[in-house]
Each structure stands twice: as C-alpha cells, then as structure tokens.
Design a binder for this molecule. Structure first.
Ligand SMILES: *Cc1c(COP(=O)(O)O)cnc(C)c1O
Length: 497
C-alpha cells in the first residue's frame, strides 16, 4: 500500500496554490499536513482549501490559518476491519498510518482495505458463454436440450461411467438415488457422519432412518472398522441398511476398497456422495464411480459449477432411464398425462448444462489450481508445528476442494479465534462440517465411532477450512499466510516475555 507520501505532504508554509496543485497531481483527494520535523498534524482535503478561499484567503496565502484538527489515523498492526470501520464512521476514503514517532508510514485507501478473500467462489472458463449463447441462438432454453445430452455424455466419458443424468442439484441426485434403491419409510440408511447435511436430508424426505458412521484418521472419510461394526449390529438386529452413503470429503476419496468390500459382503448397495470430489481419484479411478450410484454437485462453491446443479452417475442403463423418468414428474408413457408413481421436477436446464460443459473443459486446471493453493499454504506454513494438514494417503489423488487443517492440542489459539482473526482481515475461513450425529435434527440417530475415540468429533472441534478457490491470486494466498504467520510470531513474542 505504499505510495509516494512525499508528493502529498505539505507544511503550514505551503500556499493554497501549492496545495491545490498537489491535490491535482496526486489524485487521491487528500493531503498530509506535517510540521517542521515531518510529524503528522492533520489531513487536508479540497473542502478545507475551499473553505479558506471562501474565508477571503487568496491562492498565494499559506496554510498557517488552517484550523488544528484531530484526523483519524491508524497505528501499525491495525486490522482491515478496524480500518474500514473507521473509514465508514468518519465517511472518508483514506487514512494515514502513523508510527510511534508521529510520522506517516502509509496512506491506505478504502478500495485496498475492503477486498475480501472468500472461501471458494465460482471460476468461469472461456467456453461457458459460447455454449449458453448457442442455447439462446437455437432457443433451447428449456426443457433439457442438446447441452444437457452433451454435458451428460462428456462427464460420463471423463469419469469413466456408462451413464450420467444431469439434475437440478446434488441433493436432488441423492434423493433420486434413494428412490432408485426403493428406500422408503422405516428403512435404514448408513451415512458418513462428517459431511454436509445434504448427504442425508433426502433420506429424511423418504422417511428413512439414518445411522451415522465415524471417520478414520487416515483420510478423514468413513471408517471401515466402524462400518463393519455397524453392519454386524444391523445384521444381528435383523435390519440391514438399504444403502450406505459414502461421502468423499473436501475433495478426497474415501478408502473405497475396504468400504465397498464390506457393503458387498452384506449385500448393501453403495451411494457415493462425490459432491465435493469431482476430479479426485482413488487408486487411479475417478471418485464417484465406485458405488452402484454416484453423485456430483455443481453448486456455486464446488470445484466446478453450473450456478446450481448435480449429476447422478451409474453403469446401469435401467437405473439411468428410471432416474430420468423420476426427475421429470414420473410421467407414464401414455398419450395423456398419467402418473403411477410420485416424481419430481429435478432435471437440469439446457442453459445451465451449457455452463457445465464449459466448466468441464477446465476441470483439470481447476483441480491443479486448488492443489497448488493447498501446497502453497502447507509449504509457507510448514514452520508452524500446531497446524496439521489434511492427510493424502498414497492411494488418494485429492482435489483439495477446500484446504482443510486441524489445530493441534498445543495450538496457541482456538478454531473460533483463528476464524475471527482471519475475518478481521476480511478473509473467510470456516470450521469443519459439524458431524451429523451431533446435529439436533439427528439427536436420536445411532452412531458408530471409529474406536473408543470419535475421530469426527476431534476433527470438528479442531478443524478449519481456509480459502481455496482456484481463482485465488498469489497476493490473496499471501494474505492468509501472513495472518497465520503473524499469530505465530505474536505467540512466540508472548512466550519470550
Ligand atoms: C454440496 C454438497 C451436497 C449437495 O449438493 P447441492 O448441489 O448443493 O445440492 C451434497 N453432499 C455434499 C458432501 C456436499 O458438499
């Protein structure tokens, strides 16, 4: 934020003409009045100069009659939030930073201060508009249309499945998946506990009863040993689940081989919630393609987005056809409007599918960019021994959709305090998902922990997600690093004292 402070500094011996000329050249709308020793006295605006002239002064008069004024200033170590609050209160757009000697070290501008670093924002490529324009040109706005067909086949080819069905959201895709498996009232559905609630809400729509499975420490995803105990108990109780929803968290696949093997052993179908892990791989194969049904999300914060949308993938032609049928109001093949089962209006529009096609073209780049964000944090903050980064097992290729880490027990700061410190610098960070077994809405649900210890509880208590967008600039990543490094330095100083 440095600028040439010299050119906007004046003393009381300067003339009004000098001052107006300096304002004209500097174009910042504010001058710094300093005393003979270079110490800051007050700011001067064109309004101040106009008032002098209206009082009868001439352009050749000096600034000696300018009234004394206690200008709003900042001291080193200010936060962006503090600076912006002062600017808003005083209705000004510039504040000088004044050091202990009374000298101005910086002049900060509102437009530099109020720039947010957000967690994960949409990142458009170059082809999206062309696909959308084509939809406009041909008046294929809705329903469905060639972009939908192409988006489905392009995504299917990319992840290596036979069929893909474009839907209005990831949540809709999970709902349809449950309907395909004929899950209804009273049925049991197992689900990863450490997830976003959309993974399991559709089970409630169906009147099913969720049972939650803990994470394991290696990948933070579903624990095979907890799943095994849950399946054993369910079998003993005479009610096996009708599906296991395995979530791949923050861009990293769950440990699918042992999880799928267990489900196969008990004859329970797997729904893979890969909403957060499109582009990730498990032992070389695309995340989302291991279950009977997989789902992806194109919500605005996901790795690629259609502004809102989802995809259901499966190798079963029958299931794909049934998914399309259910998602378009379940209309029977009759010449009139006839319906034998309940359906939904869940298909994706041809416009949004155009956005999706463009986004799919840059998926690989987006994955690389998010991985780079994560690596940059990890490298730049490697000296901070109270941070532990989300592990990436050797079988995993994570997209690092969100850069997740946990604060170790000896961390000098809590998750909430760290989020607050980042927020004071207008950096958006989030706690980790609150596990489903801790949610009031699931207070009565059964829960199987990894071992004596609940891994997900620990991750929730100590976990944080840092800004991770593929469109973050190096400067924005540095801002995050600087805040955390600053906190570490402050605690080292505290210890030294
Ligand atoms: C985002 C998300 C969903 C839901 O996707 P929408 O498209 O927002 O409905 C489901 N599961 C997980 C784990 C998610 O992160």
């Amino acid at each position: 934020m440095s600028r040439n402070l010299e050119s906007i500094s004046l003393s009381r011996t300067s003339t009004i003409r000098d001052a107006l000329a300096a304002l004209d050249v500097a174009a910042v709308g504010v001058l710094l009045l300093v005393d003979g020793d270079g110490r800051f006295e007050r700011t001067v605006t064109d309004g101040d100069l106009r008032r002098l002239l209206l009082d009868g002064k001439t352009l050749n008069d000096d600034l000696s009659t300018l009234p004394a004024l206690k200008s709003v200033v900042l001291e080193d170590g200010y936060t962006r939030r503090h600076a912006l609050t002062l600017m808003q209160q005083a209705v000004i757009n510039h504040i000088p930073v004044v050091n202990a000697d009374g000298r101005v070290t910086d002049l900060i501008e509102r437009s530099q201060v109020d720039q947010q670093v957000l967690l994960s924002t949409p990142h458009m490529g170059e082809a999206e508009l062309e696909f959308v324009a084509e939809a406009f040109r041909t008046n294929w706005i809705a329903p469905l249309g060639p972009n939908v067909d192409a988006f489905e086949s392009e995504l299917a080819a990319m992840v290596g499945v036979k069929h893909a069905v474009a839907l209005s959201s990831g949540t809709a895709a999970i709902h349809i998946a449950l309907r395909l498996l004929e899950i209804g009232a009273g049925d049991v559905v197992f689900c990863s506990t450490l997830t976003f609630i959309a993974s399991i809400n559709p089970a409630l729509y169906q009147g099913a009863r969720p049972v939650f499975i803990d994470s394991e420490p290696e990948s933070w995803n579903m624990s095979p040993q907890a799943l095994e105990r849950a399946l054993q108990a369910a079998k003993a109780a005479g009610q096996l689940p009708k599906a296991v929803i395995i979530v791949s968290l923050y861009g990293q696949s769950a440990d699918m081989d042992p999880l799928v093997a267990l489900c196969d052993q008990y004859g329970v179908p797997v729904i893979e919630d890969a909403a957060e892990s499109l582009g990730a791989r498990y032992r070389g194969r695309a995340s989302g393609t291991f279950g009977k049904i997989g789902i992806y999300s194109f919500n605005g914060n996901k790795i690629i987005t259609t502004s809102g949308g989802g995809m259901l993938v499966t190798d079963s032609a029958e299931m794909a056809a049934r998914a399309r049928f259910l998602a378009t109001q379940a209309r029977d093949p009759a010449p009139h409007y006839q319906h034998s089962v309940v359906g939904y209006n869940y298909r994706m529009s041809n416009i949004l599918a155009g956005v999706g096609r463009g986004q799919l073209k840059v998926l690989e780049e987006r994955v690389a960019a998010r991985r780079r964000v994560f690596e940059t944090y990890r490298t730049a903050l490697a000296h901070i021994d109270w941070l532990e980064w989300m592990p990436e097992p050797e079988w995993s290729f994570s997209t690092h959709w969100l850069a997740a880490c946990v604060l170790k027990p000896h961390a000098p700061i809590t998750v909430n305090k760290l989020i607050e410190a980042l927020s004071d610098e207008f950096i958006e960070a989030r706690p980790m998902w609150k596990p489903m077994h801790l949610q009031p809405v699931f207070a009565d649900a059964e829960y199987y922990r990894h071992s004596n210890e609940s891994v997900s509880d620990g991750l929730f208590e100590r976990g944080i997600c840092l800004p991770s967008g593929s469109n973050l600039t190096d400067g924005q990543i540095s801002r995050v690093v600087d805040v955390i490094t600053g906190l570490e330095r402050a605690t080292l100083l505290d210890k030294a004292e």
